[in-house]
Write a protein that binds this ligand. Structure first.
Ligand SMILES: C[S@@+](CC[C@H](N)C(=O)[O-])C[C@H]1O[C@@H](n2cnc3c(N)ncnc32)[C@H](O)[C@@H]1O
Length: 270
């Protein structure tokens, strides 16, 4: 099979990291997410995935947060069969396939225009795509205003500069009437320490945004109310982590402060 060469700048290249983490999870004897579509897409891309040196913690953490965000989307869609779903900074994530929403749901995948073009090659006709820089105003004008909307943003927060994530969230909740925002949270320490992570260093990007208190977004003037903070170190799926990682994660799970430094899912309603 002829594999496709992709030419992405470091900010966009991070989508290959999460794609490959899901692909590696799918090949584990006991996958957490089991997303074989991601494995198929990674196989079709000509890229030196080995340079990312993905460790089991990143593979399992990425698969688990994707699974928890999928659950949040599915639960929202089950309550609102006329929902709109926005996957912001979607990259090549196959969430729309995993969640397989009913016909009444409009699903929008949003990322930079060249990423959206790439997405159309691998995931044609599965969702409505918007090619835009999320830090610029105007991209959300075509979105329906009056339907319950699930906004999901995975792996996006640390890569938007300054207070761009807050501004984008304010614009979204000003445009939309009601809905939920679900993200994987990063503490300030977790976001800062990412730049020393071998995988992020291999890509050559500096990531920096995060917040510690899950209530912080309630102060963004975006009408957000915290519904749930899930500390994934305490998730039952940790039982399927490979042994040394499982033991370390269980140890960490005894401390809320330490668990917060790991993967966590934050859900807000507006
Ligand atoms: C770590 S990847 C995560 C991709 C996907 N959510 C996943 O979990 O596989 C970050 C994504 O955010 C996108 N992104 C970063 N900054 C963006 C911006 N200003 N506008 C649109 N997309 C952006 C990147 O192109 C990339 O696809």
């Amino acid at each position: 099979m002829q594999r496709l060469r992709v030419d992405l700048d470091p900010l966009r290249e991070t989508l290959l990291l999460t794609l490959y983490a899901r692909a590696l999870d799918a090949r584990l004897p006991h996958p957490i997410l089991g997303d074989t579509h991601s494995a198929d897409i990674a196989d079709a891309i000509d890229y030196d995935f080995a340079k990312l040196e993905l460790k089991p913690s990143l593979v399992c953490g990425t698969a688990l947060r994707a699974k928890k965000l999928d659950e949040a989307v599915r639960a929202f869609v089950a309550r609102h069969p006329d929902a709109v779903v926005l996957d912001l900074g979607c990259g090549l994530d196959t969430r729309v396939l995993r969640c397989d929403p009913p016909a009444g749901v409009d699903w929008y995948d949003v990322d930079f225009p060249d990423v959206v073009d790439l997405r159309r090659r691998f995931l044609p006709d599965r969702s409505l795509c918007i090619g835009a820089d999320l830090t610029t105003p105007g991209w959300l004008a075509p979105l329906p205003r009056d339907r319950p909307t699930m906004i999901v943003a995975e792996g996006l927060l640390p890569f938007l500069p300054g207070d761009a994530f807050q501004r984008m969230t304010r614009q979204l909740t000003a445009h939309l009437t009601t809905g939920e925002l679900a993200i994987n949270g990063y503490t300030r320490f977790a976001a800062w320490s990412m730049k020393y992570h071998p995988t992020i260093k291999a890509i050559g990007i500096t990531a920096a945004q995060g917040f510690d208190d899950p209530h912080d977004p309630e102060t963004w003037n975006a009408r957000l109310t915290l519904v749930e903070e899930q500390l994934l170190a305490r998730a039952p799926e940790v039982a399927d982590f490979p042994r040394p990682l499982r033991a370390a994660t269980r140890l960490m799970s005894h401390s809320t402060a330490l668990s917060r430094q790991g993967a966590r899912i934050l859900r807000y309603r507006f």
